[in-house]
Design a protein around this ligand. Structure first.
Ligand code: CTP
Length: 403
């Protein structure tokens, strides 16, 4: 176990001195009431890994809200209490945000119900957490400042680059941890411990219970860390897509995911759509959490219902101009429709030959006709019928003289 002295050295090296001073002051304040107090979670892990992290999460064996109030009285700043959870956020005068939580244990009155929470000690608090590397704590009380608490061999797993759950029901209690396990493994370039992989496989069917909102959130976090495609693949190895949508990662789906990535599509909903075909329209809607996603579904539906083949890009434009690029792109990738793909590309690269000002200069008065003329020009341009401004003006004059 790393010594108190080396831990303090690490803190001094990696954290701004203002944060170290703040942590010391917090420890001393807790001493006054004889409350054991600890720095916990990601920041402790990242101190050991020598990675930057300034998210300060603190756990106290005492009332977190009362303590936040005392901090404000003595050290200034403001605090927000979250009474339903017994937690508080202290915003210091120098604008650090510090989360304070009372040590707690969650216990389940019955399977499937929300957990009840009761006050407990640091060991119990750490034991309800997800992985050993996240269940480390650093004591902040003055006499023990910088002492590492490692009840679950977190340091050992950091050295061996392993993601390991603390107990066999971890994924069953919270199946989103399967997504977290993959995210941490990819972020840190670690492996899931053998037994943890088995437990994830055993709990894979539980992912059906994750709300669309939480699932999307986990996927966004994966995407934010730029591991979405690899994450989706690794989740597939744990049968997650099979369990969720009855849709394992086939060669075709892998190809689609890679295409989306190549096109720098950021929206994770589109990656999810790869697994959801028109057979499960209802599921599609459940995961469409924003009006933008609803629109995407409507547009895909419209494209699927397109009966007549298009005879030119211009004619396609007349029907498809309102459909967003990303819907067209997704459709063309899914259906392997190169024609729609080319249309989408041309359309997005189109530089208008004339502007409203050009029309005014040619004697027209602004009005609804402008939009029609410019649209017609865009269609002709897509069809290659006109290529230059001169040709566009010539066409315009011809139209005007025919009127
Ligand atoms: N936690 C958990 N189960 C979850 C989510 C979180 O046990 N489903 C615990 C973890 O132990 C984690 C702590 O709550 O350390 C805080 O969660 P979060 O802020 O998501 O994790 P960090 O470890 O701080 O991750 P990051 O580095 O991404 O901020």
């Amino acid at each position: 176990l790393i010594s108190q002295k080396s831990m303090i050295q690490k803190m001094n090296r990696q954290l701004p001195s203002s944060i170290v001073e703040l942590l010391k002051a917090i420890g001393q304040m807790a001493d006054e009431r004889q409350h054991p107090i600890y720095l916990v979670g990601g920041i402790v892990r990242d101190l050991l890994l020598e990675k930057r992290n300034e998210d300060i999460d603190i756990v106290i064996e005492g009332d977190a809200i009362v303590f936040a109030e005392r901090l404000v009285q003595s050290l200034g700043g403001t605090y927000k209490a979250h009474s339903d959870f017994g937690t508080a956020t202290w915003i210091t005068e120098t604008n650090y945000k510090i989360d304070l939580v009372t040590c707690r244990t969650e216990y389940y009155d019955a399977p499937g119900t929300l957990p009840s929470v009761k006050a407990s000690n640091i060991r119990e608090d750490l034991s309800r957490r997800d992985f050993t590397i996240n269940a480390l704590a650093l004591q902040l009380n003055e006499a023990k400042f910088g002492t590492l608490l490692d009840y679950f061999q977190g340091q050992h797993d950091l050295q061996n680059k392993q993601i390991r759950v603390l107990h066999s029901l971890s994924f069953v209690e919270d199946p989103t941890r399967i997504f977290r396990a993959i995210r941490f493994a990819l972020r840190l370039n670690y492996d899931l411990a053998e037994q943890t992989t088995q437990l994830a496989l055993d709990a894979a069917h539980m992912v059906k219970l994750i709300s669309p909102h939480r699932l999307m959130r986990e996927l966004k976090l994966l995407a934010f860390e730029d591991h979405l495609c690899r994450g989706i693949e690794q989740l597939d190895q744990l049968s997650i897509w099979e369990e969720l949508f009855n849709a394992p990662l086939t060669v075709k789906r892998t190809k689609m995911l890679n295409s989306l990535k190549e096109h720098r599509i950021q929206d994770v909903y589109l990656y999810l759509l790869v697994f959801l075909t028109d057979r499960n329209g209802e599921i599609l809607r459940q995961y469409a959490l924003s009006s933008e996603h609803q629109r995407l579904l409507d547009e895909l539906h419209e494209l699927e219902g397109q009966q007549e083949p298009f005879y030119s890009f211009g004619s396609a434009h007349k029907q498809l101009h309102n459909i967003q690029d990303k819907s067209l792109l997704f459709y063309s990738i899914r259906e392997d429709d190169e024609w729609i793909y080319t249309y989408t590309l041309r359309r997005s690269q189109l530089i208008p030959l004339l502007t409203g000002n050009d029309l005014i200069e040619n004697g027209l008065t602004p009005g609804p006709l402008f939009k029609l003329i410019l649209f017609q020009l865009a269609c002709m341009q897509l069809d290659g019928e006109i290529d230059t401004k001169e040709e566009a003006i010539e066409w315009l004059n011809k139209q005007l003289s025919e009127k």
